[in-house]
Design a protein around this ligand. Structure first.
Ligand code: FAD
Ligand code: DLZ
Ligand code: SF4
Length: 520
Protein backbone atom coordinates (compact mmCIF):
# COMPACT_ATOMS: atom_id res chain seq x y z
CA UNK A 1 0.00 0.00 0.00
CA UNK A 2 1.32 3.45 -0.83
CA UNK A 3 1.66 5.69 2.18
CA UNK A 4 1.71 9.49 2.22
CA UNK A 5 4.68 10.31 4.43
CA UNK A 6 7.42 8.13 5.84
CA UNK A 7 8.53 9.87 9.02
CA UNK A 8 12.01 8.88 10.19
CA UNK A 9 12.65 9.48 13.89
CA UNK A 10 16.31 9.36 15.01
CA UNK A 11 17.46 7.84 18.28
CA UNK A 12 17.88 11.24 19.96
CA UNK A 13 14.52 12.55 18.74
CA UNK A 14 12.22 10.61 21.06
CA UNK A 15 9.80 13.47 21.71
CA UNK A 16 6.11 13.16 20.94
CA UNK A 17 6.05 16.85 20.02
CA UNK A 18 8.88 16.43 17.46
CA UNK A 19 8.48 18.68 14.39
CA UNK A 20 8.53 15.70 12.00
CA UNK A 21 5.52 14.20 13.81
CA UNK A 22 3.51 17.40 14.24
CA UNK A 23 1.12 16.87 11.30
CA UNK A 24 1.20 13.08 11.32
CA UNK A 25 -1.82 11.48 9.65
CA UNK A 26 -2.38 8.21 11.51
CA UNK A 27 -4.39 6.77 8.59
CA UNK A 28 -1.90 7.48 5.81
CA UNK A 29 1.57 7.91 7.32
CA UNK A 30 4.13 5.58 8.82
CA UNK A 31 6.82 6.25 11.39
CA UNK A 32 10.22 4.60 10.99
CA UNK A 33 12.76 3.95 13.77
CA UNK A 34 15.93 1.99 13.05
CA UNK A 35 18.75 0.53 15.09
CA UNK A 36 21.72 0.70 12.73
CA UNK A 37 25.31 -0.42 12.99
CA UNK A 38 26.69 2.79 11.48
CA UNK A 39 25.22 4.97 14.26
CA UNK A 40 26.12 2.49 16.97
CA UNK A 41 29.76 2.38 15.90
CA UNK A 42 30.78 5.75 14.37
CA UNK A 43 32.56 5.95 17.69
CA UNK A 44 32.68 3.06 20.15
CA UNK A 45 29.93 4.47 22.38
CA UNK A 46 29.75 3.33 25.98
CA UNK A 47 27.65 0.15 26.25
CA UNK A 48 25.17 1.88 28.57
CA UNK A 49 24.60 4.67 26.04
CA UNK A 50 23.69 2.20 23.28
CA UNK A 51 21.45 0.20 25.63
CA UNK A 52 19.76 3.39 26.83
CA UNK A 53 19.03 4.63 23.31
CA UNK A 54 17.87 1.30 21.88
CA UNK A 55 15.58 0.68 24.85
CA UNK A 56 14.21 4.24 24.76
CA UNK A 57 13.64 3.91 20.99
CA UNK A 58 11.78 0.61 21.47
CA UNK A 59 9.63 2.09 24.24
CA UNK A 60 8.89 5.16 22.11
CA UNK A 61 7.74 2.90 19.25
CA UNK A 62 5.43 1.00 21.61
CA UNK A 63 3.90 4.26 22.86
CA UNK A 64 3.25 5.44 19.28
CA UNK A 65 1.65 2.10 18.39
CA UNK A 66 -0.59 2.37 21.45
CA UNK A 67 -1.85 5.64 19.96
CA UNK A 68 -2.84 3.76 16.80
CA UNK A 69 0.09 5.03 14.73
CA UNK A 70 1.68 2.65 12.19
CA UNK A 71 5.33 2.17 13.12
CA UNK A 72 8.10 0.23 11.40
CA UNK A 73 10.77 -0.64 13.93
CA UNK A 74 13.96 -2.28 12.67
CA UNK A 75 16.10 -3.97 15.31
CA UNK A 76 19.86 -4.30 15.03
CA UNK A 77 19.64 -8.08 14.79
CA UNK A 78 17.12 -8.05 11.92
CA UNK A 79 18.93 -10.19 9.32
CA UNK A 80 17.86 -7.75 6.58
CA UNK A 81 19.09 -4.67 8.48
CA UNK A 82 20.60 -2.21 5.99
CA UNK A 83 23.22 -0.98 8.48
CA UNK A 84 22.70 2.76 8.01
CA UNK A 85 19.93 5.35 7.87
CA UNK A 86 20.20 5.46 4.09
CA UNK A 87 20.19 1.66 3.80
CA UNK A 88 17.10 1.43 5.97
CA UNK A 89 15.34 4.25 4.15
CA UNK A 90 15.93 2.45 0.84
CA UNK A 91 14.33 -0.70 2.26
CA UNK A 92 11.40 1.22 3.75
CA UNK A 93 10.83 3.09 0.49
CA UNK A 94 10.76 -0.26 -1.35
CA UNK A 95 8.24 -1.64 1.19
CA UNK A 96 5.87 1.31 1.32
CA UNK A 97 6.44 3.49 -1.75
CA UNK A 98 5.85 6.71 0.24
CA UNK A 99 5.07 9.98 -1.51
CA UNK A 100 7.69 11.76 0.59
CA UNK A 101 9.97 11.47 3.57
CA UNK A 102 9.73 13.79 6.57
CA UNK A 103 12.50 14.11 9.14
CA UNK A 104 13.64 16.56 11.81
CA UNK A 105 17.17 17.95 11.30
CA UNK A 106 19.83 15.93 13.15
CA UNK A 107 22.02 17.14 16.01
CA UNK A 108 25.30 16.35 14.30
CA UNK A 109 27.04 17.94 11.33
CA UNK A 110 28.14 14.64 9.76
CA UNK A 111 24.52 13.46 9.57
CA UNK A 112 23.22 16.83 8.47
CA UNK A 113 25.59 16.63 5.49
CA UNK A 114 24.44 13.09 4.69
CA UNK A 115 20.77 14.04 5.06
CA UNK A 116 21.18 16.82 2.52
CA UNK A 117 22.02 14.14 -0.07
CA UNK A 118 19.09 11.81 0.68
CA UNK A 119 16.63 13.45 -1.70
CA UNK A 120 18.91 12.78 -4.66
CA UNK A 121 19.96 9.36 -3.42
CA UNK A 122 16.40 8.18 -2.83
CA UNK A 123 14.85 10.07 -5.73
CA UNK A 124 12.03 11.18 -3.47
CA UNK A 125 11.13 14.49 -1.77
CA UNK A 126 12.81 14.67 1.65
CA UNK A 127 11.48 17.41 3.93
CA UNK A 128 13.96 18.32 6.66
CA UNK A 129 12.33 20.31 9.46
CA UNK A 130 13.94 22.49 12.10
CA UNK A 131 14.39 20.94 15.54
CA UNK A 132 12.23 23.22 17.66
CA UNK A 133 12.95 21.45 20.95
CA UNK A 134 15.43 24.21 21.79
CA UNK A 135 14.77 27.72 23.09
CA UNK A 136 16.96 29.35 20.43
CA UNK A 137 16.86 28.60 16.70
CA UNK A 138 20.03 28.55 14.57
CA UNK A 139 18.92 31.80 12.91
CA UNK A 140 18.22 33.54 16.24
CA UNK A 141 21.65 32.56 17.56
CA UNK A 142 23.40 33.69 14.39
CA UNK A 143 21.53 36.96 14.66
CA UNK A 144 22.58 37.44 18.28
CA UNK A 145 26.20 36.57 17.41
CA UNK A 146 26.62 38.67 14.31
CA UNK A 147 27.15 42.07 15.92
CA UNK A 148 29.49 40.82 18.65
CA UNK A 149 33.27 40.69 18.79
CA UNK A 150 33.32 37.97 21.40
CA UNK A 151 30.59 35.49 22.22
CA UNK A 152 30.07 35.13 25.93
CA UNK A 153 27.52 32.81 27.50
CA UNK A 154 26.59 35.32 30.21
CA UNK A 155 25.24 37.90 27.74
CA UNK A 156 23.48 35.26 25.67
CA UNK A 157 21.89 33.90 28.84
CA UNK A 158 20.58 37.32 29.87
CA UNK A 159 19.07 37.73 26.43
CA UNK A 160 17.41 34.31 26.75
CA UNK A 161 16.01 35.21 30.18
CA UNK A 162 14.52 38.40 28.71
CA UNK A 163 13.12 36.59 25.68
CA UNK A 164 11.54 33.72 27.61
CA UNK A 165 10.59 35.61 30.78
CA UNK A 166 12.04 32.74 32.84
CA UNK A 167 13.01 33.92 36.33
CA UNK A 168 12.08 37.53 35.48
CA UNK A 169 9.91 39.82 37.60
CA UNK A 170 6.90 41.77 36.41
CA UNK A 171 9.08 44.83 35.76
CA UNK A 172 11.29 42.89 33.34
CA UNK A 173 14.17 42.62 35.84
CA UNK A 174 15.91 39.39 36.93
CA UNK A 175 14.36 37.85 40.02
CA UNK A 176 16.45 38.57 43.11
CA UNK A 177 17.89 41.67 41.42
CA UNK A 178 20.83 39.78 39.88
CA UNK A 179 21.33 37.72 36.75
CA UNK A 180 23.83 35.37 38.25
CA UNK A 181 24.43 33.75 41.64
CA UNK A 182 27.56 31.89 40.54
CA UNK A 183 29.65 33.27 43.40
CA UNK A 184 27.32 31.49 45.82
CA UNK A 185 27.63 28.19 43.97
CA UNK A 186 31.16 27.26 44.96
CA UNK A 187 30.84 25.86 48.46
CA UNK A 188 32.94 22.98 49.68
CA UNK A 189 30.94 19.91 50.66
CA UNK A 190 30.77 19.59 54.47
CA UNK A 191 32.04 16.26 55.87
CA UNK A 192 28.64 15.32 57.29
CA UNK A 193 26.56 16.05 54.18
CA UNK A 194 25.96 13.22 51.75
CA UNK A 195 23.78 13.46 48.69
CA UNK A 196 20.54 11.46 48.35
CA UNK A 197 20.59 8.53 45.91
CA UNK A 198 19.32 9.23 42.41
CA UNK A 199 16.30 7.30 41.15
CA UNK A 200 17.34 4.00 39.55
CA UNK A 201 14.81 2.37 37.23
CA UNK A 202 14.89 -1.46 37.16
CA UNK A 203 15.09 -2.89 33.61
CA UNK A 204 11.80 -4.25 32.20
CA UNK A 205 11.50 -6.98 29.53
CA UNK A 206 12.17 -4.61 26.63
CA UNK A 207 15.31 -3.30 28.32
CA UNK A 208 16.30 -6.88 29.24
CA UNK A 209 16.26 -7.86 25.54
CA UNK A 210 18.32 -4.80 24.65
CA UNK A 211 20.85 -5.55 27.38
CA UNK A 212 21.30 -9.08 25.96
CA UNK A 213 21.79 -7.62 22.49
CA UNK A 214 24.32 -5.02 23.65
CA UNK A 215 26.21 -7.58 25.75
CA UNK A 216 26.50 -9.86 22.71
CA UNK A 217 27.21 -7.32 19.97
CA UNK A 218 29.13 -4.55 21.73
CA UNK A 219 31.29 -6.52 24.16
CA UNK A 220 34.37 -4.64 22.93
CA UNK A 221 32.91 -1.19 23.53
CA UNK A 222 33.93 0.96 26.49
CA UNK A 223 32.23 0.75 29.88
CA UNK A 224 30.14 -1.46 32.13
CA UNK A 225 26.69 -2.49 30.96
CA UNK A 226 25.43 -3.67 34.35
CA UNK A 227 23.82 -2.57 36.57
CA UNK A 228 21.58 -0.70 34.14
CA UNK A 229 19.42 1.94 35.81
CA UNK A 230 18.55 4.60 33.24
CA UNK A 231 14.97 5.73 32.67
CA UNK A 232 13.88 4.68 29.19
CA UNK A 233 10.50 6.39 28.79
CA UNK A 234 9.44 10.02 29.09
CA UNK A 235 7.33 9.14 32.12
CA UNK A 236 10.23 7.48 33.95
CA UNK A 237 12.57 10.37 33.06
CA UNK A 238 10.01 12.82 34.45
CA UNK A 239 9.87 10.84 37.69
CA UNK A 240 13.67 10.79 37.94
CA UNK A 241 13.69 14.56 37.35
CA UNK A 242 10.96 15.13 39.95
CA UNK A 243 13.03 13.20 42.52
CA UNK A 244 15.91 15.58 41.73
CA UNK A 245 13.70 18.66 42.17
CA UNK A 246 12.43 17.49 45.53
CA UNK A 247 15.56 15.94 47.01
CA UNK A 248 18.67 17.45 45.42
CA UNK A 249 17.75 20.79 43.82
CA UNK A 250 17.75 22.69 47.15
CA UNK A 251 21.49 21.92 47.48
CA UNK A 252 22.32 22.04 43.76
CA UNK A 253 23.49 25.65 43.82
CA UNK A 254 25.70 25.52 46.88
CA UNK A 255 27.59 22.38 45.84
CA UNK A 256 27.50 22.71 42.05
CA UNK A 257 31.30 22.81 41.84
CA UNK A 258 32.05 20.32 44.63
CA UNK A 259 33.59 16.86 44.19
CA UNK A 260 33.79 14.05 46.75
CA UNK A 261 35.36 10.62 46.92
CA UNK A 262 32.85 7.84 46.14
CA UNK A 263 30.13 10.36 45.22
CA UNK A 264 29.30 10.06 41.53
CA UNK A 265 26.29 12.34 41.24
CA UNK A 266 26.23 14.62 44.34
CA UNK A 267 23.38 17.14 43.97
CA UNK A 268 23.34 17.11 40.16
CA UNK A 269 20.20 16.28 38.21
CA UNK A 270 21.62 13.48 35.98
CA UNK A 271 19.13 14.35 33.24
CA UNK A 272 21.37 15.35 30.33
CA UNK A 273 20.94 11.96 28.61
CA UNK A 274 17.16 12.36 28.87
CA UNK A 275 17.14 15.95 27.61
CA UNK A 276 19.45 15.13 24.72
CA UNK A 277 17.46 12.06 23.61
CA UNK A 278 14.16 13.92 23.83
CA UNK A 279 12.63 12.18 26.85
CA UNK A 280 12.59 15.46 28.77
CA UNK A 281 11.66 18.88 27.44
CA UNK A 282 14.02 21.77 28.40
CA UNK A 283 11.12 24.23 28.63
CA UNK A 284 9.17 21.98 31.02
CA UNK A 285 12.30 21.33 33.08
CA UNK A 286 13.01 25.07 33.51
CA UNK A 287 9.37 25.84 34.30
CA UNK A 288 9.27 23.14 36.98
CA UNK A 289 12.49 24.37 38.58
CA UNK A 290 11.30 27.98 38.55
CA UNK A 291 8.08 26.82 40.26
CA UNK A 292 10.14 25.18 43.01
CA UNK A 293 11.55 28.64 43.85
CA UNK A 294 8.17 30.38 43.62
CA UNK A 295 6.70 27.68 45.92
CA UNK A 296 9.57 28.20 48.37
CA UNK A 297 10.97 24.65 48.13
CA UNK A 298 14.34 25.61 46.60
CA UNK A 299 16.53 28.71 47.04
CA UNK A 300 17.19 31.19 44.25
CA UNK A 301 20.91 30.41 43.91
CA UNK A 302 20.03 26.74 43.18
CA UNK A 303 17.20 27.55 40.81
CA UNK A 304 19.06 30.27 38.92
CA UNK A 305 22.17 28.04 38.78
CA UNK A 306 20.20 25.17 37.27
CA UNK A 307 18.30 27.35 34.79
CA UNK A 308 21.60 28.92 33.70
CA UNK A 309 22.85 25.45 32.74
CA UNK A 310 19.81 24.57 30.64
CA UNK A 311 18.66 27.92 29.25
CA UNK A 312 22.18 29.36 29.11
CA UNK A 313 24.97 26.84 28.61
CA UNK A 314 23.06 24.13 26.76
CA UNK A 315 21.59 26.58 24.23
CA UNK A 316 24.86 28.50 23.94
CA UNK A 317 26.97 25.44 23.09
CA UNK A 318 24.44 24.37 20.47
CA UNK A 319 24.53 27.87 18.95
CA UNK A 320 28.34 27.86 18.85
CA UNK A 321 28.39 24.40 17.25
CA UNK A 322 26.14 25.29 14.33
CA UNK A 323 27.72 28.71 13.92
CA UNK A 324 31.27 27.38 13.70
CA UNK A 325 31.05 23.95 12.10
CA UNK A 326 32.65 22.33 10.19
CA UNK A 327 35.96 24.16 10.91
CA UNK A 328 35.39 24.00 14.66
CA UNK A 329 36.19 20.27 14.72
CA UNK A 330 39.77 21.00 13.53
CA UNK A 331 40.64 23.79 15.97
CA UNK A 332 43.93 23.37 17.83
CA UNK A 333 44.98 26.86 18.95
CA UNK A 334 47.49 25.60 21.53
CA UNK A 335 48.99 23.14 19.02
CA UNK A 336 48.53 20.23 21.38
CA UNK A 337 49.88 17.03 19.89
CA UNK A 338 50.12 14.36 22.58
CA UNK A 339 48.26 11.03 22.45
CA UNK A 340 45.63 10.26 25.06
CA UNK A 341 47.06 8.49 28.12
CA UNK A 342 45.91 4.88 28.37
CA UNK A 343 44.44 5.48 31.83
CA UNK A 344 41.59 7.47 30.27
CA UNK A 345 40.27 4.09 29.11
CA UNK A 346 41.19 1.95 32.10
CA UNK A 347 40.95 4.37 35.03
CA UNK A 348 44.18 2.83 36.29
CA UNK A 349 46.25 5.67 37.70
CA UNK A 350 47.56 6.62 41.12
CA UNK A 351 46.00 10.07 40.70
CA UNK A 352 42.86 9.64 42.76
CA UNK A 353 40.89 12.50 41.19
CA UNK A 354 41.37 10.97 37.74
CA UNK A 355 40.83 7.36 38.77
CA UNK A 356 37.59 8.38 40.53
CA UNK A 357 36.25 10.38 37.57
CA UNK A 358 37.22 7.73 35.02
CA UNK A 359 36.09 4.66 36.94
CA UNK A 360 32.74 6.35 37.64
CA UNK A 361 32.53 7.16 33.93
CA UNK A 362 33.21 3.51 33.04
CA UNK A 363 30.55 2.42 35.50
CA UNK A 364 27.81 4.98 34.84
CA UNK A 365 28.50 6.63 31.45
CA UNK A 366 28.24 9.77 33.60
CA UNK A 367 30.50 12.20 35.41
CA UNK A 368 29.36 15.57 36.65
CA UNK A 369 30.45 18.84 35.13
CA UNK A 370 33.37 19.70 37.41
CA UNK A 371 34.86 16.23 37.01
CA UNK A 372 34.60 16.59 33.21
CA UNK A 373 36.02 20.11 33.19
CA UNK A 374 38.49 20.33 36.06
CA UNK A 375 39.74 16.75 36.30
CA UNK A 376 39.75 14.88 32.97
CA UNK A 377 39.49 18.06 30.87
CA UNK A 378 42.08 19.96 32.89
CA UNK A 379 44.58 17.09 32.78
CA UNK A 380 44.23 16.80 28.98
CA UNK A 381 44.68 20.58 28.65
CA UNK A 382 47.77 20.69 30.88
CA UNK A 383 49.32 17.61 29.27
CA UNK A 384 48.71 18.98 25.77
CA UNK A 385 46.66 16.07 24.44
CA UNK A 386 45.52 16.51 20.84
CA UNK A 387 41.94 17.88 20.73
CA UNK A 388 40.86 15.16 18.27
CA UNK A 389 41.81 12.44 20.75
CA UNK A 390 40.12 14.23 23.65
CA UNK A 391 36.96 14.89 21.67
CA UNK A 392 36.75 11.26 20.63
CA UNK A 393 37.08 10.13 24.24
CA UNK A 394 34.28 12.42 25.46
CA UNK A 395 32.03 11.35 22.59
CA UNK A 396 32.57 7.69 23.46
CA UNK A 397 32.25 7.66 27.21
CA UNK A 398 29.13 9.68 28.17
CA UNK A 399 25.50 8.67 27.71
CA UNK A 400 24.62 12.30 26.93
CA UNK A 401 27.33 12.76 24.28
CA UNK A 402 26.42 14.04 20.82
CA UNK A 403 28.82 16.18 18.89
CA UNK A 404 26.66 19.33 19.04
CA UNK A 405 27.09 19.51 22.81
CA UNK A 406 30.32 17.55 23.32
CA UNK A 407 32.55 19.43 20.84
CA UNK A 408 32.10 23.02 22.12
CA UNK A 409 32.46 21.81 25.70
CA UNK A 410 35.72 20.01 24.93
CA UNK A 411 37.31 22.15 22.22
CA UNK A 412 35.99 25.47 23.53
CA UNK A 413 35.62 25.09 27.27
CA UNK A 414 38.02 22.38 28.43
CA UNK A 415 40.90 22.71 25.95
CA UNK A 416 40.80 26.36 24.85
CA UNK A 417 41.51 24.89 21.42
CA UNK A 418 39.44 27.60 19.71
CA UNK A 419 41.71 30.32 21.12
CA UNK A 420 38.97 31.92 23.18
CA UNK A 421 35.97 32.04 20.87
CA UNK A 422 34.06 30.35 23.67
CA UNK A 423 35.87 30.89 27.00
CA UNK A 424 37.59 34.08 28.11
CA UNK A 425 40.59 32.13 29.44
CA UNK A 426 41.77 28.53 29.70
CA UNK A 427 40.24 26.54 32.57
CA UNK A 428 43.74 25.45 33.59
CA UNK A 429 44.28 24.71 37.26
CA UNK A 430 46.87 23.14 39.52
CA UNK A 431 46.14 20.55 42.19
CA UNK A 432 45.30 23.40 44.57
CA UNK A 433 41.92 23.87 42.88
CA UNK A 434 41.09 20.15 43.08
CA UNK A 435 42.18 20.10 46.72
CA UNK A 436 39.95 23.08 47.51
CA UNK A 437 36.87 21.69 45.77
CA UNK A 438 37.14 18.02 46.82
CA UNK A 439 38.42 15.57 49.40
CA UNK A 440 40.26 13.50 46.74
CA UNK A 441 43.73 14.64 47.71
CA UNK A 442 43.39 13.24 51.21
CA UNK A 443 43.32 9.69 49.88
CA UNK A 444 45.88 10.28 47.14
CA UNK A 445 49.49 9.13 47.41
CA UNK A 446 50.66 12.32 45.66
CA UNK A 447 51.36 15.45 47.70
CA UNK A 448 49.22 18.32 46.53
CA UNK A 449 50.94 20.89 48.74
CA UNK A 450 54.35 20.83 47.04
CA UNK A 451 55.32 21.88 43.51
CA UNK A 452 58.55 20.01 42.93
CA UNK A 453 60.26 16.84 44.11
CA UNK A 454 59.38 13.19 44.45
CA UNK A 455 55.73 12.30 44.97
CA UNK A 456 54.45 15.78 44.20
CA UNK A 457 50.98 16.13 42.62
CA UNK A 458 51.41 15.99 38.82
CA UNK A 459 48.79 18.70 38.31
CA UNK A 460 51.17 21.15 40.02
CA UNK A 461 54.22 20.82 37.77
CA UNK A 462 52.04 20.22 34.70
CA UNK A 463 50.25 23.51 35.41
CA UNK A 464 53.44 25.57 35.35
CA UNK A 465 54.76 23.62 32.39
CA UNK A 466 51.52 24.52 30.58
CA UNK A 467 52.00 28.19 31.41
CA UNK A 468 55.63 28.07 30.27
CA UNK A 469 54.71 26.29 27.03
CA UNK A 470 51.79 28.53 26.15
CA UNK A 471 52.72 31.86 27.73
CA UNK A 472 53.40 33.53 24.39
CA UNK A 473 50.04 32.46 23.00
CA UNK A 474 48.23 33.72 26.08
CA UNK A 475 50.08 36.95 26.85
CA UNK A 476 47.57 39.19 25.08
CA UNK A 477 44.77 37.78 27.22
CA UNK A 478 44.08 40.29 30.04
CA UNK A 479 42.68 37.52 32.25
CA UNK A 480 46.05 35.73 32.11
CA UNK A 481 48.10 38.78 33.07
CA UNK A 482 48.29 38.04 36.82
CA UNK A 483 49.31 34.43 36.42
CA UNK A 484 51.87 35.22 33.74
CA UNK A 485 53.32 37.87 36.07
CA UNK A 486 53.72 35.40 38.92
CA UNK A 487 55.27 32.93 36.50
CA UNK A 488 57.82 35.53 35.42
CA UNK A 489 58.69 36.16 39.08
CA UNK A 490 59.47 32.48 39.70
CA UNK A 491 63.09 31.44 40.13
CA UNK A 492 64.42 30.03 36.83
CA UNK A 493 65.80 26.94 38.69
CA UNK A 494 62.35 26.19 40.05
CA UNK A 495 60.75 26.55 36.63
CA UNK A 496 63.43 24.33 35.09
CA UNK A 497 62.91 21.67 37.76
CA UNK A 498 59.15 21.66 37.26
CA UNK A 499 59.47 21.51 33.50
CA UNK A 500 61.94 18.64 33.74
CA UNK A 501 59.62 16.77 36.04
CA UNK A 502 56.69 17.41 33.68
CA UNK A 503 58.69 16.13 30.72
CA UNK A 504 59.72 12.95 32.54
CA UNK A 505 56.19 12.37 33.82
CA UNK A 506 54.58 12.83 30.41
CA UNK A 507 57.20 10.67 28.71
CA UNK A 508 56.44 7.91 31.20
CA UNK A 509 52.70 7.86 30.47
CA UNK A 510 51.51 4.91 28.48
CA UNK A 511 49.35 6.06 25.57
CA UNK A 512 47.05 4.14 23.34
CA UNK A 513 44.96 4.78 20.26
CA UNK A 514 41.19 4.60 20.57
CA UNK A 515 40.16 1.06 19.83
CA UNK A 516 43.44 -0.37 21.12
CA UNK A 517 42.44 0.17 24.75
CA UNK A 518 40.47 -3.06 24.51
CA UNK A 519 43.68 -5.01 24.46
CA UNK A 520 44.82 -3.51 27.77
P1 FAD B 1 23.47 19.25 35.91
O1 FAD B 1 24.70 19.72 36.56
O2 FAD B 1 22.36 18.81 36.78
O3 FAD B 1 22.95 20.44 34.95
C1 FAD B 1 21.63 20.46 34.43
C2 FAD B 1 21.62 20.39 32.93
O4 FAD B 1 22.23 21.53 32.36
C3 FAD B 1 22.35 19.22 32.31
O5 FAD B 1 21.56 18.05 32.32
C4 FAD B 1 22.65 19.71 30.91
O6 FAD B 1 21.59 19.43 30.03
C5 FAD B 1 22.78 21.20 31.09
N1 FAD B 1 24.18 21.62 31.09
C6 FAD B 1 24.95 21.90 32.14
N2 FAD B 1 26.17 22.31 31.75
C7 FAD B 1 26.17 22.26 30.41
C8 FAD B 1 27.14 22.54 29.42
N3 FAD B 1 28.35 22.99 29.72
N4 FAD B 1 26.79 22.33 28.13
C9 FAD B 1 25.56 21.88 27.80
N5 FAD B 1 24.61 21.60 28.69
C10 FAD B 1 24.91 21.80 29.98
N6 FAD B 1 26.86 17.75 28.30
C11 FAD B 1 26.15 16.96 27.49
O7 FAD B 1 24.92 16.96 27.55
N7 FAD B 1 26.76 16.14 26.58
C12 FAD B 1 28.12 16.09 26.47
O8 FAD B 1 28.64 15.35 25.63
C13 FAD B 1 28.89 16.91 27.34
N8 FAD B 1 30.26 16.88 27.27
C14 FAD B 1 30.97 17.69 28.11
C15 FAD B 1 32.37 17.68 28.02
C16 FAD B 1 33.12 18.51 28.83
C17 FAD B 1 34.61 18.56 28.71
C18 FAD B 1 32.48 19.37 29.74
C19 FAD B 1 33.26 20.29 30.61
C20 FAD B 1 31.11 19.38 29.86
C21 FAD B 1 30.34 18.54 29.04
N9 FAD B 1 28.93 18.55 29.11
C22 FAD B 1 28.21 17.74 28.26
C23 FAD B 1 28.22 19.49 29.98
C24 FAD B 1 27.91 18.97 31.39
O9 FAD B 1 29.09 18.49 31.99
C25 FAD B 1 26.83 17.89 31.39
O10 FAD B 1 25.69 18.36 30.70
C26 FAD B 1 26.42 17.56 32.81
O11 FAD B 1 27.53 17.11 33.54
C27 FAD B 1 25.33 16.50 32.80
O12 FAD B 1 25.02 16.13 34.11
P2 FAD B 1 23.69 16.57 34.82
O13 FAD B 1 22.53 16.22 33.97
O14 FAD B 1 23.73 15.98 36.19
O15 FAD B 1 23.84 18.13 34.85
C1 DLZ C 1 23.86 7.42 19.26
C2 DLZ C 1 22.97 6.53 18.46
C3 DLZ C 1 23.19 5.16 18.45
C4 DLZ C 1 24.22 4.52 19.32
N1 DLZ C 1 22.45 4.34 17.69
C5 DLZ C 1 21.43 4.84 16.96
C6 DLZ C 1 20.63 4.01 16.13
O1 DLZ C 1 20.86 2.82 15.98
N2 DLZ C 1 19.60 4.57 15.49
C7 DLZ C 1 19.31 5.90 15.58
O2 DLZ C 1 18.31 6.35 15.00
N3 DLZ C 1 20.09 6.71 16.30
C8 DLZ C 1 21.13 6.22 17.00
N4 DLZ C 1 21.92 7.05 17.72
C9 DLZ C 1 21.64 8.49 17.72
C10 DLZ C 1 22.19 9.14 16.43
O3 DLZ C 1 23.58 8.91 16.35
C11 DLZ C 1 21.86 10.64 16.47
O4 DLZ C 1 20.53 10.78 16.08
C12 DLZ C 1 22.74 11.44 15.53
O5 DLZ C 1 24.05 11.45 15.99
C13 DLZ C 1 22.25 12.90 15.43
O6 DLZ C 1 22.40 13.57 16.64
FE1 SF4 D 1 44.53 14.69 42.04
FE2 SF4 D 1 46.87 15.75 42.78
FE3 SF4 D 1 44.85 15.67 44.50
FE4 SF4 D 1 46.09 13.41 43.78
S1 SF4 D 1 46.97 15.12 44.90
S2 SF4 D 1 43.88 13.73 43.96
S3 SF4 D 1 46.57 13.84 41.65
S4 SF4 D 1 44.91 16.81 42.60
Amino acid sequence: MQIAALRLVLGDQLSRGLSSLSDLDADRDRVLLVEVWEEATYVRHHKKKIAFLFSAMRHFAVALKQEGIAVDYVTLDDPENGGSFLGELRRAVARHAPERIVVTEPGEWRLSEAMGRWEAELDLPVEIRADDRFFCSHAAFADWAKERKSLRMEYFYREMRRRTGILMDSGGQPEGGRWNFDQENRKVLPEDLSAPEILQVPPDDITGDVLDLVAARFADHFGELYPFWFAVTAEQAETAFEVFVQERLPNFGDYQDAMAFGEATLFHSVISQYLNAGLLDPQAVCTRVERAWRDGTAPLNAVEGFIRQVLGWREFVRGIYWLKMPDYADENFLEARRDLPAFYWTGETEMVCLSEAISQTRQNAYAHHIQRLMVTGNFALLAGVHPAAVNEWYLVVYADAYQWVELPNVTGMALFADGGAFASKPYAASGKYIDRMSNYCRSCSYDVKRQTGDGVCPFNFLYWDFIARNGAKLEKNPRMALILKSFQRMKPEKVAAMRQQAEAFLAGLETVEEGEWRAL
